[in-house]
Design a protein around this ligand. Sequence first.
Ligand code: PLP
Length: 348
Amino acid sequence: MKAVCFCSNDYLGLSNHSELKKAAIEAIQNFGVGGTGSRLISGTFSSHQELEREIAAWLGKQAALFFNSGFHAGVGILPAISENGVIFSDELNHACLIDGCRLSRAEVLIYKHQDMEHLEFLLKKIAPKSPAWIVSESLFSMEGEKADLKRLADLKKKYGIFLFLDEAHAVGVYGKNGGGLSEELGITESVDLVMGTFSKALGSCGGFVAGNKKVIDFIINKARSFIFTTASPPYLPVINKKALLMMKEMRSERKKLRKIAVEVRRLLSSRYAVKGDDSPIIPLILGESKLTLEFSKRLLLEGIWVQGIRPPTVPEGTSRLRLSLSLSHSSEDLNRLFSVLAGENEKV
Ligand SMILES: Cc1ncc(COP(=O)(O)O)c(C=O)c1O
């Protein structure tokens, strides 16, 4: 049975792009298939360094570092930068940030999701410890909602601490050059470290972080998930650099995706509780896990593939179908989604 995938993170439809496939094949011919050793031993190839320069220039930062995945980035960077300090982390941050907090030797204070009053209460309560970081996703992966970046930037300034932003789901979707929500809002200078991944809108895989050169050098020598793993195969940064250059120019595509997302929300909002505004992540919060799984199964039988998301990925009682949009969807695919969901609603 064939079904249309409405649960991938391939927002711009780049994962199967013919130019990227061609670049991958050429890069394998040039570089081979293996990283051969860790980045600090034999695994740094010219392609890794070129990609890192390209990422830094794209995000307007002094330096950047490429990781094997976004998870490797999050879990390795936070312990490296926060030793003996304090981390203020949004309660719905991604697992790689949560695990990074757990592995850190920092005091970790969790603030209620998007609750800036609570964050400020915690900031006031803790005597300034150094280093101190606010850690947040910019577009929450399971909520499809934007963080209040302006408030985060104001608070970071007011309390003289640092801001770490995970733009995993926002790069490619927001910002003139696809640099994420911080670029969209013109606040990149307030973000001390910006992290992201090539595994969502950029269609491939591999994580990254960008910031001040001294901090990046420090991460190179401290982040265990960077140091103690074999480097990604050197063809991967070639694909990623090509994807990055293509994605930067995809301005009308970014707008189109977000316009579709607004329209999908409008059509669904009369029937379902939907969150967010124009992001391609549209969660339909259903509550119970069993109900969510049954719903997902019924959709699959009708040719719509949306996985049910349950605890521990999301909090208890908030199981959901996390619908995600991609430019690879045709208008027939979208129409099918609407008609199937409309029919589902009549059954409820
Ligand atoms: C917010 C966020 N950060 C980091 C990651 C990890 O990225 P990757 O899939 O490249 O390991 C993900 C993806 O699962 C994510 O949603």
